[in-house]
Design a protein around this ligand. Sequence first.
Ligand code: SAH
Length: 255
Amino acid sequence: MIKVKAKKHLGQHFLKDKNIAKKIADGLNSDLNHVLEIGPGMGILTQFLTEKEYPLSVVEIDNESVEYLKHNFGDLNIIEGDFLKLDLQKFGNKIGIIGNFPYNISTQILFKIFENRNRVSEMVGMFQKEVAERVVSPPGSKIYGILSVLLQAFYDTEKLFTVEPGAFHPPPKVRSMVIRLTRNKTEKLACNEQLFVKIVKASFNQRRKTIRNSIKGITGNNNFQSEFLTKRPEQLSVDEFVKLTQEVEGYLSLE
Ligand code: SAH
């Protein structure tokens, strides 16, 4: 069967290098009940995943790729559609997510993993290097941001390896990096989680401003006091955002 023609609007950059595909597939190492590959394309990664013990499903939006997969992988469970619209509930819990992801929806994939943090135990994925670096970044760095805080609150994050553009067809304009997220032991944060998300987002949406200014919309124009008010968001660790959220919670309940 002829190969799939790469479509730019679907973020299609097919991996050519089988050794890299194998390394990604070998990256999942938790005890998982189900593995979901996002964007299998022509299945370079899928072929290694089908050799593993866990049940596997793949979700692919591109009809041409789906036809290719049906033709080349006999009994693969293929879901034709958009990962972003997929209800992960049907895969139970202890799900692993893996893929050489479409870069145009990287951050949406990561937010979806965050939202499904009690189902998704592990993720191994290829991102554009800049996005990957942001996810694993510690506090104090310019690239530390919303996704770093939200994901690191619930996942241990690790860089696995970088991949050069030449490993893909067609080559992307950016370098790539494979990272791993492994669910940590935190079941619930020691604060209101919705408020935590709101505060983290508000803080980084105006990252040059102090926390005092950024969270005014949440606390109101008031005399809320906290040791963090004169800081900028990149200076706060996950635990400090939790502490700040507790303080805001206390303040709002007294108002
Ligand atoms: N894993 C393959 C293809 C990577 S390219 C390889 O390494 O060669 C990214 C893939 O994601 C493409 O196959 C593209 O069609 C698919 N894709 C893009 N948007 C998607 C979405 N919203 N849901 C599921 N798959 C998507």
